[in-house]
Design a protein around this ligand. Sequence first.
Ligand SMILES: Nc1ncnc2c1ncn2[C@@H]1O[C@H](COP(=O)(O)OP(=O)(O)OP(=O)(O)O)[C@@H](O)[C@H]1O
Ligand SMILES: [Mg+2]
Length: 252
Amino acid sequence: MRKRRILAISALKGGVGKTTTAVSLAAACARAGRRVLLVDVDPQGCVGASIGLDGETGLDAWLVGEAAFEDVVARENRQNLDVVVAGARLLAAEDQLREKGKEKRRHRLERRLGELDGEAYDVVLLDCPPSASLLLENAWFAAHELVLPAKLEPLSLPALERTKRFVAAIDAGRPRPLRIDGVLPDLLRPEDSRVGRDTRRDPREVHEDPDPIRINSALAEAPRTGKTIYELDPGARGAVDYALLAEDLGLV
Ligand SMILES: Nc1ncnc2c1ncn2[C@@H]1O[C@H](COP(=O)(O)OP(=O)(O)OP(=O)(O)O)[C@@H](O)[C@H]1O
Ligand SMILES: [Mg+2]
């Protein structure tokens, strides 16, 4: 049996395409026949809305043990793609976690995902919040790998460096370093395709950086319709780019 892969889609910056990447990559993997679990770890709760799920409860209740996985997972929505939405009370759940001891509070999501051994998921994707928080730490400890979406413009580069420094700090508490699969250049205008190649290189990165995700109006439109890019417009550039990303990462 293949080993389950758990990926955090994360960057310490807002609006760089984390949620778009988490949702579209999840859909690309599911479409290719992988069993996927998508978990929204961001209290903004954009995953649910962007794929047409309005669950009141989700990770908020599951994380703190107020609900079982079975009660929070949306399974019927799409083939091969199960979703745990953030839930309306995820910030309150984070507060509740803060009262636990240091180790317990940072490893709660890891523990919850560890309880899913009986589930057939090949890939678990975690959509992360944009700033450092206990929830983000939980996602990073739960994940094996990190995909770092980045708009490659000068103002984004410090955020990229900050993210990498935070990852290195987290590694001190992990048995194995959190693998950075690569910086994913996204929201890329065609004329920018060479920007930042050199600044992206980092010896910690095991893979070559994946191919970029280009700006695509269908990707921007999809969340407003509650559809994934493959449901809205499977021939769109964004659909092609995310299918390639799934391949690049060896997920399909
Ligand atoms: N490749 C793309 N082409 C066009 N629009 C995109 C693309 N990727 C993302 N967007 C749009 O950019 C905006 C920000 O994307 P998204 O919500 O995925 O970022 P985020 O990093 O999750 O933001 P936040 O930090 O608020 O969670 C959204 O309106 C989204 O639809
Ligand atoms: Mg987001």
